[in-house]
Design a protein around this ligand. Structure first.
Ligand SMILES: Cc1cc2nc3c(=O)[nH]c(=O)nc-3n(C[C@H](O)[C@H](O)[C@H](O)COP(=O)(O)OP(=O)(O)OC[C@H]3O[C@@H](n4cnc5c(N)ncnc54)[C@H](O)[C@@H]3O)c2cc1C
Length: 377
């Protein structure tokens, strides 16, 4: 039986960034992935590296560190990205008030978001609706990557530049200290990292489901603009997003936004819809998303939910010249309070799991932290 220094199970973004850090420290690394190629949350997302979504404090620090590492690797690997920044648009006084309160809480520095007036917002994104726009919060820290390709290109980079070995189509069925058993073989390593997304519950149910985690199902759309030169400029979002991210929880005026949106957009609230829009190199827009929480879900996408998403999109994106070209669902584990877990269920076995929809953003920073924790243990 061949031995590696470390085996990483799962070739989503958490497995790949774990393998990256391990390989960078000179370890001989094997990645095992059950599918023929990655098809999990890491290729189904918006591709938003979005530190602005993180609460001030350790999570924002991890996200910003992660963004720096993303930049380093994307440049080194020659993978497409855009340093696009992000706009939170305010069409109501209460939304602008929340954004101002949030900005006043962020420590001053080069990454501090700023409030811009409608005219400035219109210059940053010529795609937004100007009627009724009161202002926006602009953050320059965010990146766009293309989730359809980035993970696969990163896989190639790890293999070709850092010597990481990959075995696809290897479904891990059990793990014990030093040994990973797949449906085909046994693999040995002194350190094993499990980066399985929600299916870590198949191996260690208590670790994830036992702590009150549920699954979240999201409906997503991809739109192709009819005009080839159409660019949205920055990531875009508006009022509904203020309710979804805990970074705004400490803003005094948030309840005003909540009360108004509950009355104004009850269907969007009922389906936990908030709107994020990202654009990629080929011009297509990824648009998301609804959120449904539970353990088992209907396998069917609900057209009405997609329509609710598009209705709200219409409030801030000016063009109607978009053709919907793809629809899909994504899943991630969701915990009410915790954003991630790093656990050692057995000696030499580390589980790294993101417990909400932020894994692309925090990936490099989180796994660096996990490897550091593991090396110190
Ligand atoms: C629709 C959607 C939109 C999102 N948008 C964003 C965004 O814009 N920005 C952001 O920061 N985050 C976003 N997220 C969250 C982010 O995509 C996830 O947090 C992240 O991709 C999780 O990565 P992962 O590697 O843990 O999981 P996954 O990508 O699911 O990877 C886990 C891998 O493990 C493999 N695996 C599982 N079991 C086994 C086994 N037994 N043996 C071998 N292999 C196994 C799976 O096949 C899979 O490839 C979004 C998520 C979704 C679903």
């Amino acid at each position: 039986m061949k031995r590696w220094d470390a085996i990483v199970v799962g070739a989503g973004i958490i497995g790949l960034t774990t393998a990256y850090h391990l390989a960078k420290t000179g370890k001989k690394v094997l990645v095992l992935e059950r599918e023929e190629r990655s098809i999990g949350a890491s290729v189904r997302n918006l591709g938003m590296i979005w530190p602005i979504g993180q609460p001030i404090g350790p999570m924002r620090d991890i996200a910003l560190r992660s963004r720096d590492l993303w930049l380093e690797v994307l440049r080194d690997a020659g993978i497409w990205f855009e340093r696009c920044g992000s706009l939170h648009l305010a069409y109501h006084e209460d939304e602008l008030q929340v954004l101002q309160e949030f900005v006043s809480q962020v420590p001053n520095g080069s990454e501090t978001p700023v409030i811009v007036d409608a005219s400035e917002a219109g210059k940053l994104s010529t795609a937004i609706r100007r009627e009724g726009l009161l202002g926006a919060m602009y953050s320059a820290s965010e990146l766009s990557v293309d989730p359809r390709t980035t993970v696969h290109q990163l896989t190639r980079y790890l293999a070709e530049s850092l010597g990481v070995e990959f075995r696809f189509g290897e479904s891990v069925r059990s793990v014990e200290p030093g040994v990973v058993a797949t449906s085909n073989s046994y693999y040995e390593a002194s350190e094993i990292f499990l980066c399985l997304g929600p299916t870590v519950g198949d191996l260690y149910p208590d670790l994830i489901w036992g702590r009150g985690t549920r699954l979240c199902k999201l409906q997503m759309l991809r739109a192709r603009p009819k005009h080839l030169d159409y660019r949205i400029g920055t990531h875009l979002c508006a009022g509904l997003t203020l309710l979804h991210y805990s970074n705004f929880a400490k803003c005094r005026s948030l309840h005003l936004v909540k009360d108004r949106l509950n009355l104004q957009w009850p269907n969007q609230i009922a389906h936990h819809i908030h709107l994020l829009v990202a654009q990629h190199a080929d011009g297509t827009l990824t648009i998301g998303d609804s959120h449904e929480y539970g353990f088992s879900f209907s396998p069917y996408s609900d057209e009405q939910v997609d329509q609710y998403i598009l209705d709200y999109l219409d409030t801030f994106l000016a063009t109607r010249d978009l053709e919907i070209v793809q629809r899909w669902q994504g899943y991630y584990p969701k915990h009410e309070k915790e954003s991630f877990l790093i656990e050692r269920p057995e000696s030499g076995v580390t589980v790294i799991n993101v417990l909400t929809g932020i894994g692309m953003t925090i990936s490099f920073g989180l796994t660096e932290l996990a490897i550091g924790t593991e090396l110190l243990a």
